[in-house]
Design a protein around this ligand. Sequence first.
Ligand SMILES: [Zn+2]
Length: 476
Amino acid sequence: MRWSEQDAPSERGEGDEGGAAADLVLRGGVVRALDAAGSRAEALAVRGGRIAAVGDDATVSALIGAGTRVVELAGRAVLPGINDSHLHASWLGARWPRTVFGEADPGAAPQDPLVSNRAKRREAILRAGRLLAQLGITSYTEPGIGPGEDDGDTGCFHSEAIGIYRELADRGELLQRVTLLELHGILDGPSDVETVLAGIRSRAAAAPEADPAWFAIPGVKIFGDLIPLTRQAWTARSYDDGGHGDLLVRGDTLEQRAERLAEMLRAAHAAGLQVGLHATGDRTIGLALDAFAAAAAEPGAPSVRELGHVLIHGDLATPEQLRRMGDLGVWLNAQPGIAARTGEWLASRMGEAVAAEAWDYGAALDAGVLVLSSDAPVLDFDWRRGVADADARVLASGGADAGDADARLLALLRAYTAVPAEQDRAAAWKGTIEPGKVADLVVLGRDPFAVGAAGLPEVPVELTVLDGRVVFERAG
Ligand SMILES: [Zn+2]
């Protein structure tokens, strides 16, 4: 199909009607816009870092000039650049190729190298950027960097990384657009309510970043609970030891811990901050949704949808909670690799029935809240494997699209592109291939819809384009 003129955003540059030549043209392939309609085309043109035209080969070829680089796709596919919306880049850059799940015995694994100074932190971030560019990743969210981890074991989450990101963004050296959530508690540990509330106040008072298209800090990361596998997700169900888990907030009683977590969430919302909440248990998720709804009901407060809070992991979210998230405008940021690799482990802790109902991606898709990510370096950052694992999980869990492989694949690819752009509150200018949007693109060796989700991990990533620039090109 061709886009009609009225589909083009108003901020299109001058000369887009066919005057100035394109910087880059990709033609002779399958352009998958990954818009909601699943639009496709043969070719696209890029100018000034933006998508200038999308359409058939003849129309787009008219924009080729003396200085235009032309990539003959020869049947290959173009997708919007991948957005890994929960990925610890500085930690990844410090320890890759080691991943947490890749270690046979995590208890016996060597200690992470201590990333102890600014130069090492900078190199870790840059290294992660190069690795991610090789897989077509053009945006990510770094979920949890800040003063809470200034004395942390690895040094990877030190608040100094914020200034490094800012500097790399200013100098045009980032290979991905970065969204960062500031951490005021500690990673995977109990937080102190006064410390987190002070952090929320300081983040709310901070000046916006110079160019949020490259580096933005929309809010904070908060730990609600830990994970079901360690029996620390707070759940209405029972673990094999009879417990129900707990919250990761300091307090003398469960009631006090619950009230303090709710207070943090309401305060962040009232301050206009996006919250990325590490929440795996259904009771933690229910508490969070109640807190967000209460905060949004205050006079003059933003709606939940405006801030777009994110529940990270959400392993035990019930179908009813997922529907409520859709109604409110809260995202489920899920890692299909965790579902694929820990199902049996969860069954051993909580029983087969709970394990079968967990990670209900079918219901999450139906509710319109599913955002996919890798959590690298907990897992590796291969989004192709993520889509294949998610597809298997949707088939296992059911849902409206379970019977239609193409509809499912479109939804899951959107969960790695268009939907995380919404999580970033950037869907107006990134996440799909449409004229006027930024030219963040990935070229794949084959059309994903020709091989299906299960075949996607074998499809090579051939070219990555960021803001109209080629930042990775596969040799040969
Ligand atoms: Zn994580």
